[in-house]
Each structure stands twice: as C-alpha cells, then as structure tokens.
Design a protein around this ligand. Structure first.
Ligand SMILES: C[S@@+](CC[C@H](N)C(=O)[O-])C[C@H]1O[C@@H](n2cnc3c(N)ncnc32)[C@H](O)[C@@H]1O
Length: 210
C-alpha cells in the first residue's frame, strides 16, 4: 500500500473515522482483495471536505477506477451537482456504474470511458474542482491542461504526490520523476497556491489564484 505516515499514526487516524456505509465499505474490501489502488477513507474524507469547503458543484475526476473517490465527491456536490467520472477501462466503468447506483449518486455522475486528458479537453466549461489520479507519467501534462479549466478559487487536487516517499531522492523512474516535476511546478507556479498534505500517499491541494 502507498503510505507515507508511520503505521501507528495511520492506524490511529483510521480508527477515528466513522464507519462507512455498506457500499463504500464493500468497495474498500474489494479494493483490498484485488489490489485496486483507491484513495481510501482518510483521503476520501479530505476530498469530500475540500469539495464542500470550496462549494464545488461541478467536478471533473481524472482516473476513477471503480468509482470510490467518485462517490466521496458526488456526495459532496449535493443535489443538482455534477461529477464527471473518467477511466480508460470499460470494465472499471461498468463496475463503477453499479456502485454509483447503489450509493444513490448515479444521477449526478456522468461516466466517461477513455483517456482522461482527452476527455477533459472534450468536455466543455470550467470546474470548481479537478481531482487527478491518473497514471503518474502524465502528472506534469495534467497540471498544464487542468489549470485553465478551473475557476478562480477552485481546486486542483492530486493524489500520490509523495509516492511512498520515493520523491525525496533523485530517481531514474519515469513516474517518480513526473511526480517530482508536478510538485515542483505546483509550488513554483504563480497561478496556484499549493500545499501537500502528507496523508496516506500525499495529496497536493492547489487553489487557483487568478
Ligand atoms: C489510482 S486508480 C484511481 C482510483 C480512484 N481515484 C479512487 O481512489 O477510487 C487509477 C485509475 O485511473 C485509470 N487511468 C490511469 N491513467 C488514465 C488515463 N490517462 N485516462 C483514463 N484513465 C486512466 C486506471 O485505469 C485506474 O483505474
């Protein structure tokens, strides 16, 4: 599991969490059993809170797998809100549709299958929040594609930015290098104000300034 917090601290925080409903709990169990890399409840809760705090009603998610993070977001946008689910796998999307229906949020989620970067380019309008969880080599590209699509004061949230701690050393691995570049860009850019929250595998939260 991707995890930067010391085990006892992670377990302490996890034990504070209220129980999830049956659908999320089942998805957590399925993800564990099949090694599906979901954000898990600590980051799910953070994502939900960020969406609520920013008053997000229009959200674009990049890399949604079976829809676990999608449900945390969809519950935050409320009635009339909209979340775009994206994943390259049609079979993931099929599973996600079922979970979204069971979670009672199918009516506020549009399921799109294909490359998330292309799908973002093809979907009109701006977003209150974009959540990025695609394959890591694309992170710098996502930074430049996503920023113009976020309203002023909106959020770009990216998972796995501490990559099990691998970001601290120079690396020859393409995914680690891309995450390091993403982090550098998101702190150096004058377009956003970024803080990395070292929860689970590290979450970068960038607010769009202009
Ligand atoms: C880390 S998992 C997403 C987990 C999900 N966000 C959650 O926490 O429940 C990454 C998913 O993104 C998909 N993916 C990776 N790169 C993608 C891309 N460029 N376009 C679409 N889907 C992508 C993979 O198929 C995989 O299902």
């Amino acid at each position: 599991m991707h995890q930067v917090l010391p085990g006892p601290l992670h377990d302490y925080l996890a034990a504070l969490l209220p129980e999830r409903d049956a659908t999320l709990a089942e998805m957590e169990a399925v993800a564990k059993e099949h090694s599906i890399p979901i954000i898990g409840p600590l980051v799910g809760r953070l994502l939900h809170q960020l969406a609520r705090m920013s008053g997000a009603t229009r959200v674009f998610e990049m890399g949604s797998a079976i829809g676990y993070s999608t449900i945390w977001l969809a519950r935050a946008v409320g009635d009339g809100g909209k979340v775009y689910y994206t994943d390259g796998s049609a079979s993931n999307a099929e599973k996600a549709r079922d979970y979204l229906r069971r979670a009672g949020v199918a009516d506020r989620v549009e399921v799109l299958v294909g490359d998330a970067l292309d799908l973002l380019a093809r979907t009109e309008g701006t977003f209150d929040l974009i959540f990025n969880d695609v394959d890591k080599h694309d992170y710098p590209k996502v930074f430049s594609l996503a920023l113009p699509r976020i309203r002023r004061g909106g959020l770009l949230v990216t998972d796995n930015v501490l990559w099990s701690g691998q970001v601290v050393s120079p690396s020859t691995d393409a995914w680690t290098q891309a995450i390091q570049e993403y982090n550098r860009l998101s702190y150096a850019s004058s377009e956003v104000w970024t803080t990395i929250i070292p929860l689970r595998d590290g979450v970068a939260v960038s607010v769009k300034l202009h």
